[in-house]
Design a protein around this ligand. Structure first.
Ligand SMILES: NC(=O)c1ccc[n+]([C@@H]2O[C@H](COP(=O)([O-])OP(=O)(O)OC[C@H]3O[C@@H](n4cnc5c(N)ncnc54)[C@H](O)[C@@H]3O)[C@@H](O)[C@H]2O)c1
Length: 434
């Protein structure tokens, strides 16, 4: 291991020294020598982890050296997959993420664990000085998100959020049009998210209480959440449909389309002053108990009215900004605007760009390049926090059946002590946030 290279990356985290890979550090074939790549550990090998890891391994200046999962089958798949890519048997495999974080020779980690584990794993990573790719939504509660933001800031590590839409031309073009003023003064924003539940794991019918499979450390998988019986339908992939672990479609998607909405508004460090949301819920003891259909009205600075909805046909999936002189709508694979000319552009022509917005064609490259240069990524942790916060507030509004008055600066609920209680959740012993 090239210690001077390791030291550069570590020091850059502390002293913000820009790091440039010297030509001499490159391999003879023009690729970055393995000893000079950013070393990465991948935590969580379920639906998202393998794709994240493949994207990381595809970068010339990153090397995945370790994987971690508390499901033995997932862990062995992870190691096999990484070893196959590098054609060796070098990848280390850990059941316990703390062992991976303790490795001083690992510079960075990609985290793809369920939402109820985000805060503990991410804060441990930051405190170990690892640069972090963390998934959306930032965490399961606002209090957990604040803990992650603090740990990342205190330890000066570089954070990228899995809100990858920011690195796709379609979304960049939409945001550049809005931020350049082409639709005039923004009056209204619509954020359309999915409704219902999606059976990602094909376990919808596995509703019996059974013993956990021997390959899964279920007690640890439940982690800081309340202990509940093992029911396959609410564990791998489909945990997001149970409030003990995730936040349903609203929280699963808020970090994508609200993230784009805020980017277009230039409100990455802001948020709503009031939130009122109504929804339809299964019975609280249902195996999938998250909200299936919802609609929230949010008041934003400058008198902007925002609607967030899932399952309402008047609000299309994606993000739409409506201004005094036109509108822009964007979704995955979709773009429409009041001026049909704008649809023709893949990216906004330079002579039309009137806002200085970071462009990134590759979300993982943006992360690793930012680690090496010690500069903020296109979706830093503060942005992820603000992008998900309106979703958490919508959920709190629905659960308390009340309009939430939110202080965006102090990040407190001004009008409702019962709602304030829901900014965090109790942790099951011995787990502690912080
Ligand atoms: N950016 C995107 O487009 C996108 C898409 C899907 C999922 N995600 C996010 O990725 C995260 C993971 O979702 P998923 O669908 O892959 O979940 P999943 O259930 O499919 O996979 C999670 C994996 O993490 C493992 N795990 C759980 N707790 C762990 C711990 N403490 N230590 C180590 N491993 C642990 C599980 O065993 C499992 O293998 C979520 O936050 C989700 O929102 C993002």
């Amino acid at each position: 291991m090239n210690t001077s290279r390791r030291q550069f990356i570590k020091q850059s985290a502390v002293f913000a020294i820009p790091v440039i890979i010297p030509a001499a550090a490159r391999g003879a074939d023009g690729t970055v020598a393995p000893s000079n790549r950013v070393t990465v550990g991948a935590v969580g090998w379920g639906m998202q982890g393998p794709g994240n890891t493949a994207s990381t391994m595809g970068l010339p200046n990153a090397q995945v050296v370790a994987v971690c999962d508390l499901d033995k089958n997932h862990l062995s798949d992870a190691k096999r997959s990484v070893d196959e890519f590098y054609k060796n048997t070098d990848c280390a495999a850990y059941a316990d993420y703390l062992e991976l974080m303790a490795r001083k020779d690992i510079d960075a980690v990609t985290l793809a664990v369920p939402d109820h584990w985000h805060a503990l794993v991410a804060t441990a990573a930051a405190k170990s000085g690892k640069h972090i790719w963390g998934e959306k939504p930032l965490a399961r509660t606002i209090a957990e998100q604040q803990a992650i933001v603090k740990a990342v800031q205190d330890n000066k590590v570089i954070w990228q959020t899995g809100s990858w839409q920011r690195s796709v031309d379609n979304f960049t073009k939409a945001v550049e049009l809005v931020r350049s003023g082409y639709i005039g003064e923004i009056k209204e924003v619509q954020v359309g998210l999915p409704s219902g539940h999606s059976d990602f794991a094909g376990t919808r019918d596995k509703t019996a209480v059974t013993a956990p499979p021997p390959n899964l450390d279920y007690e640890k998988w439940v982690g800081p959440s309340g202990m509940v019986d093992y029911i396959e339908a609410r564990v791998h992939k489909n945990w997001r449909w149970h409030y003990n672990f995730g936040g349903g479609q609203l929280l699963d998607w808020i970090g994508h389309h609200m993230d784009i909405a805020h980017w277009g508004l230039d409100m990455d460090r802001s948020g709503p002053s009031s939130v009122e949301c109504q929804g339809e819920f299964p019975a609280p003891d249902a195996i999938w108990n998250t909200c299936t259909r919802y609609r929230g009205e949010l008041a934003y600075p400058k008198g902007i009215k925002m609607t967030v909805a899932g399952g309402h046909s008047d609000i299309a999936s994606g993000t739409k900004w409506i201004g005094s002189e036109g509108w822009v709508y964007v979704d995955r694979g979709a773009f429409e605007s009041s001026n049909p000319e704008w649809k023709r552009f893949r990216v906004l022509p330079d002579n039309m760009r009137k806002a200085d917005i970071q462009r990134s064609g590759n979300h993982f490259k943006n992360w690793i390049d930012s680690v090496l240069a010690h500069r903020p990524t296109i979706t830093p942790v503060e942005t992820a926090h603000r992008s998900a916060t309106p979703g958490h507030l919508c959920l709190i509004s629905m659960l308390t059946k009340s309009k939430i008055e939110w202080d965006t600066t102090q990040e407190v609920i001004k009008n409702n002590p019962a709602a304030t209680q829901l900014l965090g959740r109790p942790y099951r012993a011995p787990y502690q946030l912080g």
